[in-house]
Design a protein around this ligand. Structure first.
Ligand code: TRP
Ligand code: ZN
Length: 859
């Protein structure tokens, strides 16, 4: 690490900005190596005591600065410029040069393929011009783009097109104006050549909005699902929240080089092409689902994020937690409530619980930040959404809507805080949410303890609940939280009434007695994952089986079956030599198989073995080898014992021609899980069956299920099919990401040599984040056996790569390091090997702030 170590910013140090910028006129003369940016801003002093104007800037070549037309000297540093003793009100003109073609960090202005595009959130605008790069500075933007007409026929920016024309030398220009004041992180421009798909949407107040989707040439057929999703999202937000679109035009541009999923720039979203392009042959059902959800997410930001934005970046969850909650509600309405919910719970348990128990633990509103990009986290996004969901549960559907209405009307056009949001919710409902606010400032995963007693004579069930939040890396002491505990009481026999309640647990301990419990019952707690917490409840096997079979909450059924399987796996892992499989497993699976066709998607989730990551989150100490062996053994056992059932189930799950339609999606999902068990019986017959399915498949979901099954079981067929797949798809970047990922995730002895080959593959490109994630991300997150190799070579491999990637794109590097941060659960030997690699990173001379913050915390 270099001598000047990065320092943390603190929420407690927030100060309002001493200056205001009300209007800005930005002129771009676009060229690959040297783009000239002229920024003319109207600046006003807000605080008399502050004489100097400090502006943020990064990687800029300063050409000149003018104050009211007078060229001015400024002090230039690595982080920006300072103008001494400026007037109270003046016009500031700044000319800078920037280099888009060599910008591989993909922040600020860069080139993706042949197109210029920008990414300004969180602090990328400072790579475009010197500015007050903070979200509470909101200005009106007028933008002029000039570029080569042939390579850039489309010139786009936020808002409305107000003028355009041609200049000499084959160049042309366009001027855009956005009437809504906005923070600079929502600024965007795009210039390039695309195929354009157009449509329109008529709002509830009869305004006609032009919808435009820009995709790489030749891809327009793959854009229809995204456009249809956008229209659904627009209609849904009107119907659910009364929120209407506010500009005449909504543009989405798909690019191949993008650090994240997508970006909600006002009126001009920029998307990772992965979340736009789909057709049956190249995209899976999961891809279709993700596209619909990300398109909706960015659209919903127009109100929750853009019209009402964040005061400072510590408030990120204000817009992200709320918008994720809204997109989850939308997805649940579009598809299946239960399945959508189960997948969210998986994300929380696999990734968010892990973050909370590791060195990067932080509350959904962090108090301290070194590199903002590190806080676009599962905690801020997904736990943030869970916190909103708890509010929704506490206030009810109507109360939540009242709160939203109050929030929107009170704060439209402002940059506000999470407290402002909770206050609006409280005021609109006359509710006391003071205790609830702790969810914003406290990190960690609470443990809800439960014991119960049924009084046979009185027919009452007494529930004794406790809560306890273990200390986290960032906070040693924890307070009690307001935890809504969903409870379902289920007669053990399955016959009789089921009782559902939400019990608020607001202190360390709480008991309730429920009347009218007629018979001995099973209890499901934290039903529907009613709070982002763990449950500590010792239920008997009989009780757990009753929940699996009879609970009315599908999430509780799934949860109970996963718990039974997890316990079996841990039990097996503990046994030194011959692992034996608990008896109840066979009857559990026999029962599930019998129900499979009535609820295919739910049963698919229940039949699937819990992931290694989910398992890790359930124990303090993890025996990697024991658990992997147990998982493999259980998979093989179930494949063999139910061989006939899997085959006949698979046979009954066929679909007519592919459509992305709920019934089909559910059947394909179950078929995929089923195939995983069929492939566990490794004989010629199986190989033939898999090959035939692959050959006759008319869609990517089924094809990929075959490849995945072959990969997991390490079948020789894998290589044959992968060769075929590569020949077919080599020119398609999104599909090739799947190919790379399948190779990188294969858990076999030679996996490091495989990785080496992939990195040297002609289609590998360290500058493309999707490609990097498909190889190194898959390896580090999901190739458990390879990454955790005993000799530490997996950790070394990742570290070598991070050292290279960090110089190219530190944002992506900092995401890939995640699996190496959570080493505390591993055996001492592996822990030491990881620490060794973290030390190597720490001692590296030019480590980025992104990696520095994480490595330093982990050590
Ligand atoms: N606001 C974006 C979202 O919808 C997140 C995002 C996109 C982002 N690109 C980014 C965040 C680059 C940081 C850096 O969730
Ligand atoms: Zn978002």
């Amino acid at each position: 690490m270099s001598s000047n170590q990065p320092t943390a910013m603190k929420l407690a140090d927030y100060q309002p900005c001493a200056f205001r910028i009300t209007d800005i006129y930005l002129e771009f003369d676009l060229a690959d190596q040297q783009t000239r940016v002229t920024a003319t801003s109207q600046v006003e002093r807000v605080q008399q005591s502050c004489r100097d104007l400090q502006l943020d800037g990064k990687n800029l070549t300063l050409i000149g600065v003018w104050v009211d037309g007078q060229e001015t000297d400024v002090a230039v540093s690595e982080h920006g410029i300072t103008l001494a003793d400026v007037p109270d009100r003046f016009e500031l003109k700044i000319v800078t040069d920037i280099n888009p073609i060599d910008n591989h960090a993909l922040e600020g202005l860069y080139k993706s393929g042949g197109a210029f595009c920008t990414q300004c959130e969180a602090q990328g605008f400072r790579r475009i011009t010197y500015f007050l790069d903070r979200p509470d500075v909101m200005a009106r933007y007028r933008v002029k783009l000039t570029a080569d007409k042939k390579t850039c026929p489309y010139l786009l920016a936020n808002g409305n097109l107000v003028d355009s024309g041609e200049t000499t030398k084959g160049r042309h220009w366009a001027v855009w104006e956005d009437p809504f004041p906005k923070p600079c992180y929502l600024f965007a421009l795009v210039a390039g050549d695309f195929d354009l798909l157009e449509d329109s949407f008529t709002t509830q107040s009869a305004k006609v909005v032009k919808l435009q989707l820009f995709v790489d040439k030749g891809n327009s057929e793959r854009g229809h699902h995204a456009l249809a999703s956008l229209k659904k999202a627009m209609a849904w937000d009107e119907q659910k929240y009364g929120l209407e679109y506010d500009l005449d035009r909504y543009m989405i541009v798909a690019v191949d080089f993008f650090n994240m999923g997508a970006m909600e720039n006002k009126g001009l979203n920029v998307f990772n092409s992965k979340y736009v392009l789909a057709d049956a042959a190249s995209a899976t059902d999961q891809d279709y689902f993700n596209i619909e959800s990300v398109i909706a997410h960015e659209y919903f930001h127009n109100w929750t994020g853009n019209r009402i934005t964040c005061r400072d970046w510590f408030q990120l969850s204000l817009k992200e937690g709320l918008t994720v909650f809204r997109d989850q509600q939308f997805s649940a309405d579009m598809a299946s409530d239960a399945i959508v919910r189960i997948n969210q719970v998986k994300v929380m348990r696999e990734h968010q619980f892990a973050e909370d128990s590791g060195p990067m633990a932080h509350p959904i509103r962090p108090a301290e930040v070194v590199e903002m990009n590190n806080f676009y986290s599962v905690t801020v996004y997904d736990k943030g959404a869970e916190v909103i969901r708890m509010l929704h549960r506490i206030l009810g559907e109507a109360g939540f809507r009242k709160g939203m209405d109050c929030y929107i009307s009170r704060h439209d056009g402002q940059a506000v805080t999470c407290d402002d949001f909770v206050q609006a919710m409280a005021d609109a409902n006359h509710a006391d949410l003071s205790l609830f606010r702790r969810w914003y400032s406290q990190s960690g995963t609470p443990v809800v303890g439960l014991t119960s007693h049924w009084d046979k004579a009185k027919k009452t069930l007494t529930l004794n609940m406790t809560q306890y939040t273990p200390p986290t890396a960032d906070q040693p002491h924890k307070q009690s939280l307001h935890i809504p505990v969903g409870i379902e009481i289920i007669p053990l026999s399955g016959k009789g009434e089921r009782i559902s309640r939400v019990i608020p647990l607001t202190s360390g301990q709480h008991s309730v007695t429920i009347e009218g419990v007629q018979c001995e019952s099973a209890i499901a707690a934290l039903t529907g994952f009613s709070a982002p917490a763990r449950l500590d409840y010792q239920a008997s096997l009989e009780e757990q089986m009753a929940v699996v079979l009879y609970a009315s909450d599908p999430v509780a059924r799934w949860d109970a079956s996963q718990k039974l399987v997890s316990d079996a796996l841990f039990d097996m892992a503990k046994q030194a030599h011959e692992q034996t499989i608990p008896k109840y497993i066979d009857s559990l699976f026999a029962g599930l198989l019998r129900q499979a066709l009535s609820e295919p998607a739910l049963i698919a989730e229940m039949l699937e073995l819990p992931s290694f990551e989910t398992l890790s989150q359930q124990r303090e100490q993890i025996d990697v080898d024991g658990l992997l062996q147990a998982r493999g053994k259980l998979n093989a056992h179930l494949g063999a014992v139910f061989a006939q059932q899997w085959r006949s189930l698979y046979a009954s799950l066929s679909n007519p021609g592919y459509a992305y339609e709920q019934g089909q999606v559910e059947r394909r999902r179950l078929a995929g899980v089923t195939l995983g068990y069929i492939a566990a019986v490794k004989d010629d017959d199986t190989a033939q069956m898999l090959q035939s399915i692959y050959q006759h498949s008319d869609n990517m979901t089924d094809s990929l299920a075959v490849l995945k099954a072959c990969q997991t079981q390490n079948l020789p067929l894998f290589d044959t099919l992968m060769q075929d797949f590569e020949n077919k798809w080599q020119d398609d970047p999104l599909v090739m990401d799947k190919w790379f990922s399948l190779h990188a995730g294969r858990q076999h002895e030679a996996c490091l040599s495989t990785l080496q080959l992939l990195l040297c593959h002609g289609r590998y490109n360290v500058n493309n984040p999707n490609r990097v994630r498909s190889v190194m991300g898959t390896f580090a997150f999901y190739n458990t056996a390879g990454f955790h190799r005993r000799d530490g070579s997996g950790y070394r491999f990742l570290t070598d790569y991070l050292l290279e990637l960090d110089g190219v794109n530190s944002q992506v590097a900092a995401r890939l390091i995640t699996p190496m941060l959570q080493y505390a659960k591993l055996d001492e030997d592996r822990q030491q090997k990881i620490r060794l690699q973290l030390l190597r990173l720490f001692e590296h001379k030019n480590l980025s702030r992104d990696l520095y913050e994480k490595v330093q915390k982990a050590l």
